[in-house]
Design a protein around this ligand. Structure first.
Ligand code: AMP
Length: 333
């Protein structure tokens, strides 16, 4: 009975995916990134093998705002079928996810420091990712938004090159690992994207500047028109030309596991832009609040667990909390 119900649910969702695709092709979002296993150690506990990966987190968060999500990734045959089913159920199209028989999925392991803002990477096993050469399915062509999650810059570039029509907006995430191992490729992708998302340490590393204002000026001259600098529990900054906007993070009593917070931020950010179809600076301010909201849920439990539980009501309630947090009247003197 349980299995039959599950099959029925998946078939129903597939039909929904097809219907959604037919009516909203122009609004769809391509998400590129890793689908992985993580081993995580925080002051609150330890998980030896939990599902993770940049594209997994982006898909779980962005699908609250827009469907279909056209996923591009690679997995081994060890990646849980149940996880795939849950993603399909949320409107994530798997045509662009390659499964390699007899090989292992990407594996990342990290340990967080007491302050939870910094972490050490203990292992990065590329496994299937080492030979990833994505082929973009035809039915993904025409997608208006592209989210390049954290991944080898050469793979990010290959997806951009395969698109027959440039998307309305290309958002890109990256990390220090790629700055250290693939900087020339990273510089090429930076020239092609509209929005770059990095954390403060990465912005400093990429620009060679400690001041984030100077770092932003240098990074904006490398290609992206918008730069978002994530500062963990201290919020995020949006830079564009000479303008800057700041959004705080929601003060939370407990942060259990920050893994995926950056990707959840990205999913909320690009999900909101794709839903509203508006890529103006003003709308990006709202998108940053939506991104911060999704990140605040992500850190409440290990891995993507919390992201699977939340409802639209939870998201709306937290958006209102953000509004309360930053809303004030002031008389200019
Ligand atoms: P975040 O905490 O948002 O930076 O993202 C954490 C996720 O990124 C984890 O689930 C990892 O599987 C994934 N990840 C870690 N290192 C890399 C890497 N070098 N390339 C792509 N994904 C990675």
């Amino acid at each position: 009975m349980g299995i039959l119900f599950k099959i029925f649910r998946i078939q129903l969702q597939l039909l929904r995916n097809i219907a959604a695709k037919q009516i909203s092709d122009s609004m769809s979002l391509i998400v590129v990134g890793t689908m992985a296993f993580d081993a995580i150690e925080t002051p609150f506990g330890k998980e030896d093998k939990i599902v993770g990966g940049s594209a997994t987190y982006v898909a779980y968060t962005a699908s609250n705002f827009i469907q279909p999500i056209n996923q591009v990734s690679i997995i081994g045959d060890d990646f849980p079928k149940e996880e795939i089913h849950q993603l399909i159920f949320r409107g994530v199209v798997m045509d662009g996810v390659e499964m390699i028989k007899g090989k292992k999925s990407f594996f990342w392991s990290g340990r967080y420091h007491e302050d939870m803002n910094s972490r050490d990477t203990l292992a990065t096993d590329l496994n299937v990712l080492a030979d990833f050469n994505p082929r973009l399915p035809d039915n993904y062509q025409g997608s208006e938004f592209l989210m390049l999650g954290n991944l080898q810059p050469s793979v990010q570039m290959s997806v951009i090159k395969q698109l027959k029509k440039r998307p309305k907006l290309i958002v890109m995430d990256t990390m220090n690992f790629w700055m250290e191992s693939a900087m020339p490729d990273l510089e090429k992708v930076l020239k092609e994207v509209d929005v770059l998302l990095v954390n403060d340490a990465e912005a400093r590393q990429l620009s060679g500047q400690y001041s984030l204002v100077k770092a932003a000026r240098i990074i904006l001259s490398m290609g992206p028109k918008f730069l978002i600098v994530k500062k963990g529990e201290h919020g995020a900054l949006l830079f564009h030309e000479d303008r800057v906007f700041f959004a705080p993070a929601l003060p939370l009593e407990d942060v259990f596991d920050p893994t995926g917070a950056g990707d959840s931020f990205a999913g909320g950010f690009v999900g909101h832009l794709a839903k509203t179809h508006d890529v103006s600076f003003e709308n990006m301010k709202t998108a940053i609040i939506v991104g911060s909201t999704m990140a605040s849920f992500c850190v409440e439990k290990f891995g993507p667990t919390r992201l699977k539980e939340i409802t639209k009501q939870d998201i709306d309630k937290r958006l209102r909390q953000f509004h309360e947090l930053v809303n004030f009247d002031i008389e200019l003197v």
